[in-house]
Write a protein that binds this ligand. Structure first.
Ligand code: GLA
Length: 412
């Protein structure tokens, strides 16, 4: 479904849920990271693109419960007025994927809720409140096509979608960098995930037919055109998510910080392979390998941006394979299912139309991304699916995406 179709679908869902057509419709994309993995929190370079899968919100002011009502006592009138007042201040979000709706009372300080999915929008509403921006009460219908928990940033899409809705409703647009950072803070403080800045940045700043080279230290961005129709990116979802992921993420961050400290640097961004080698004896073997991944991956990312600019696809593919090996062996965030997909892609090889392939996102499950020849997509998809089934007994979900635009206001 393209974005106009998706938006029409969400408008119809809104009508079913609340009656009437929505006054605002906004969307924010998920992302796939082409290269530069586990680098954003090390202040290095990452190269993600927005994908054609979105969190979409349709919204309107609360209807107030419908037409004429009859009251039989003063108490009933008082209760109705109080309910109306509460509606006026409540962001009521219904999700097509969740049975329970989220109610966020914007007249009070916002806190976390046991309703986990609601904490992403809650954190964003809190971030805007801290800047004195309050959307007031809204009826919201949320529908997302970003596969959940698969390393394609469904949570960043939800955060950025919420932020875009608040901007549209209040007419107060904040600076894009500030917006991405506000959403990242929501994830830190309301979802308890110490993520880097990549996912929120690309969801805000993606551009059609472009990858985004992001310097995570200066936060400067550079668009890298990728419009050659003869190549495309193929995403394969392992459909597994190993639970150790979140604890291991924080552990990797701490190990990188430890390595930087031993090297006397604020972050691994400035570390060189030679300096690391010299300090090998001063650090734990695991910490050494983590740092080796980061130093190599920053270099690969810069090289990949160059190669893509030059339409040098074989070189880009090689860098992707090298990235995967480093994530598997040195950073240890891959898993058997991701490795299986990369091995199958490698066995299809250049003659079968695959330039390169790697795990993408945080790891421990989720997706791989492959750079492929466009005219071989159907054959590669079949081979990947069959090979994965044979190796793991599981079904992969395989789909392509062109680089998409970042968050947009579709209506309002
Ligand atoms: C997750 C985080 C990102 C980034 C990646 C790994 O997606 O949210 O900030 O660290 O993992 O590259």
């Amino acid at each position: 479904m393209n974005l106009p179709e998706l938006s029409a679908h969400v408008a119809r869902e809104f009508e079913k849920a609340f009656g009437g057509s929505p006054r605002w419709i906004v969307a924010a994309p998920g992302r796939v990271n082409v290269i530069g993995e586990h680098i954003d929190y090390n202040d290095g370079f990452v190269l993600p693109m927005a994908i054609e899968y979105y969190a979409v919100m349709a919204a309107d002011r609360p209807s107030g419960g419908g037409a004429t009502q009859q009251f039989h006592s003063t108490a009933e009138v008082v209760r109705a007025v109080l309910r109306l007042k509460l509606n006026e201040a409540t962001l009521h979000i219904r999700s097509t994927a969740e049975s329970e709706a989220a109610d966020i009372d914007t007249s009070k300080p916002i806190t976390t809720s046991p309703l986990k999915w609601s904490n992403y929008p809650r954190g964003v509403v809190a971030g805007f409140a801290a800047r004195g921006i309050n959307p007031g009460g809204l009826d919201v219908l949320l529908h997302s096509t970003v596969p959940l928990g698969s390393g394609l940033s469904s949570s960043a899409a939800l955060e950025v979608c919420t932020a875009t809705l608040i901007e549209a409703v209040t007419g107060k647009k904040i600076d894009p960098v500030e917006k991405a950072v506000l959403c990242q803070k929501a994830e830190h403080e309301f979802a308890g995930v110490p993520c880097g800045i990549m996912d929120q940045f690309i969801s805000v700043m993606g551009r059609e037919n472009h990858l985004l080279l992001l310097d995570c230290r200066s936060r400067k961005t550079e668009l890298v055109p990728m419009r050659d129709p003869s190549v495309g990116l193929l995403i394969a979802n392992t459909n597994v998510k190993h639970e150790l992921g979140s604890g291991q993420y924080a552990r990797r961050r701490a190990q990188c910080e430890a390595a930087a400290k031993i090297l006397g640097l604020p972050s691994l961004r400035d570390a060189s392979a030679a300096a690391l080698e010299k300090n090998k004896g001063n650090m734990d073997g695991e910490v050494f390998r983590r740092a080796r991944h980061v130093i190599g991956e920053i270099d690969r990312t810069v090289q990949a941006a160059e190669a893509i600019r030059a339409s040098n696809w074989p070189k880009t593919g090689e860098l992707m394979y090298a990235s995967h090996r480093s994530l598997r062996d040195d950073y240890e965030v891959s898993c058997a299912e991701l490795d299986a997909l990369v091995e199958i892609a490698e066995s299809i090889g250049l003659s079968g139309g695959v330039y390169g392939c790697r795990m993408t996102g945080g790891g421990f499950g989720g997706c791989t991304v492959a750079l492929v020849k466009s005219d071989s997509v159907a054959a590669i998809t079949n081979k990947l699916a069959a090979g994965y089934k044979e190796k793991t007994g599981l079904d992969a979900t395989i789909f392509g995406s062109r680089p998409a635009a970042g968050a947009t206001v579709i209506k309002g």
